[in-house]
Design a protein around this ligand. Structure first.
Ligand SMILES: Cc1cc2nc3c(=O)[nH]c(=O)nc-3n(C[C@H](O)[C@H](O)[C@H](O)COP(=O)(O)O)c2cc1C
Length: 208
């Protein structure tokens, strides 16, 4: 058993406020992206692409869009939920060193993607595994990752020239951090706690 491995999983955090903006060495970035590209994928389709965004203007335009989407979500809340959400930071787009947009191309490896005939979403699952590999590799390298999903896919397609059939799956903020929080931000702010393991593990049948 590798305690280092379990410790890495425990230490991984979604980062918003702890980015330093310091540069990332090219070789380090390549190691992290290689880890993402080593993920399993349905039918070996490797349906992911990674768009690296350093341009300040592109990031500012995206952050503006995210702010509007944050307001849209906030408008659905009231009372304690509204007050708690007001304190939660949902992105570190400008504070991080760069952004990585991860996309899903359902045409990659088509028409006969082995193992996807009955479950179309298996392609998307593959992209999420690449993202998790990236996230853990970044953590092992002392970098932080922050997944931003407060956006409309069409906006991001327009911003980055992503073709209509390709889905942006994640905007990831990436870079060196001052430290990683011990407790997830949403728990620290009282938004939601991690469930106990026995609430999600079941024997033989899905709980009725
Ligand atoms: C699909 C997905 C989308 C997410 N979107 C956002 C987001 O838009 N903004 C944000 O601050 N965190 C986002 N997160 C991070 C979660 O809030 C975070 O993973 C969760 O609170 C647990 O914290 P931890 O990752 O530090 O363990 C996202 C995570 C996932 C997996």
């Amino acid at each position: 058993m590798s305690t280092d491995f379990y410790d890495l999983i425990r230490r991984r955090r979604d980062v918003r406020a702890e980015f330093t903006g310091a540069p990332i060495d090219d070789a380090l970035l390549e190691r992290v992206l290689s880890a993402a590209h080593a993920a399993p994928s349905v039918g070996m389709s490797q349906p992911w692409d990674f768009v690296l965004i350093r341009d300040r203007d592109t990031r500012e335009r995206f952050r503006e869009h995210v702010r509007r989407e944050r307001d849209t979500f906030a408008a659905e809340l009231s009372g304690e939920r509204a007050e708690t959400f007001r304190r939660i930071k949902v992105e570190g787009i400008l504070e991080s060193t760069l952004s990585v947009v991860v996309t899903y191309d359902p045409e990659r490896g088509s028409p006969a993607v082995l193992g996807r005939h009955a479950i179309a979403d298996a392609g998307l699952y593959s992209v999420c595994l690449a993202i998790q590999n990236l996230w853990l590799a970044a953590t092992a390298e002392g970098l932080g990752v922050g997944w931003v999903s407060f956006y409309r896919e069409d906006f991001l397609r327009g911003l980055l020239g992503i073709p209509a059939g390709v889905r942006p799956v994640a905007w990831l903020c990436l870079g060196p951090v001052t430290h990683l929080q011990d407790v997830p931000d949403l728990e620290r702010h009282g938004w939601r706690d991690r469930l106990p393991l026995d609430a999600v593990v079941h024997n033989e049948r899905y709980p009725g």
